[in-house]
Design a protein around this ligand. Structure first.
Ligand SMILES: Nc1ncnc2c1ncn2[C@@H]1O[C@H](COP(=O)(O)OP(=O)(O)O)[C@@H](O)[C@H]1O
Ligand SMILES: [Mg+2]
Length: 296
């Protein structure tokens, strides 16, 4: 089911989510989802608005504790706090960009790095030689990351003055600063123009080539099917299908889910489809920055 063809023989399981269920009161946003990501892989997570994709990410990053199920990163059960998950090696970006707007581009990356610096609180306050050495190394590393995502020339700009597409790249640089083994990207090309989307695609391949496994949520199907070794489809909180791009693209249930046609045995789908269609007509589809953004 989850055999990996690109790294056969050497692949190890980086992420192993089993039976993840997340309930909010009476609403089950994610229901019994299994998903693995192996080293060297780029895995896509797609599905209509409200399918539970962001909620699932939140369950993988310690923001939510799943109501049921278990998540392992490199054979260890995830700690139940997001900063500990980051320290363990999972980094993410958000569907709603979360930058420190009044900090510079470089400072934003430095914030992302702090889980990896040994210097503690007192060292930072006392600012001894150890602190200055560590700080210089951190700055150098942060500048390398800005170079990598193509933002080195804007290191001193305030984050809020960056165009939207560059803010998304800065979020990726900040996530990489924690030196993750797995990077989760929640709609990384939302609001980008086609040119920016293409450079983001190259960037994701380059991150994979650094040895970082990737799980990516995106509505841009061309981006997903170009990029991903495997794609899983969530519909109404459940995994509908998982497979390589060709398999998923050709599955008529996936097409139906996206066209908003009612799925068999699914009384709620017709209503959901109407809402989706109305949103699309009103120009608030999820692939625009003004789209429904409900990550928390
Ligand atoms: N903190 C929360 N409390 C209550 N409901 C939530 C919360 N987070 C998400 N939901 C609901 O869970 C469902 C899935 O949302 P989400 O994971 O954001 O979907 P997607 O990212 O696939 O668009 C939606 O119905 C949403 O309103
Ligand atoms: Mg979402």
């Amino acid at each position: 089911m989850t055999t990996d063809t690109t790294t056969k023989g050497t692949a190890t399981t980086v992420l192993d989510a089993r039976g993840v269920t997340m309930r909010f009161g009476g609403l089950t946003a994610v229901r019994g989802v299994d998903l693995t990501v192996n080293s060297g892989e780029i895995v896509g997570l797609i599905g209509p608005n409200g399918a539970g994709k962001t909620t699932f990410f939140n369950c993988l990053t310690g923001l939510y504790i799943p109501t049921e199920g278990e998540v392992r990163y490199k054979d260890r059960v995830l700690p139940p706090k997001s900063f500990k998950v980051t320290a363990a090696g999972i980094a993410r970006t958000f569907q709603n960009i979360r930058l420190f707007n009044n900090m510079t581009v470089l400072e934003n990356v430095l914030v992302g790095r702090h889980t990896r610096t040994r210097e503690g609180f007192w060292s930072a306050v006392l600012r001894g030689p150890g602190f200055h050495r560590a700080e210089a190394a951190s700055r150098e590393h942060a500048m390398e990351l800005l170079e990598f995502v193509g933002l080195a020339a804007k290191a001193d700009h305030l984050a809020r003055n960056l165009p939207y597409g560059e803010q998304r790249k800065l979020e990726i640089a900040r996530a990489l600063a924690s030196e993750p083994g797995l990077l989760l990207l929640d709609e990384p090309t939302a609001g980008m123009n086609p040119q920016e989307t293409r450079t983001t695609e190259e960037l994701v391949f380059a991150i994979r080539d650094k040895g970082i496994a990737i799980l990516v949520i995106e509505h841009d199907m061309r981006f997903i099917f170009n990029l991903c070794d495997r794609v899983a489809v969530l519909v109404q909180g459940e995994k509908l299908i998982e497979g390589d791009s060709a398999t998923v693209q050709g599955d008529e249930r996936v097409v139906a889910a996206y066209l908003g046609e009612p799925l068999e045995n699914d009384p709620g789908a017709a209503e959901a489809a109407e809402v989706e269609a109305a949103e699309a007509n009103a120009g608030t589809a999820a692939d625009t920055p003004a789209g429904k953004e409900n990550d928390r």
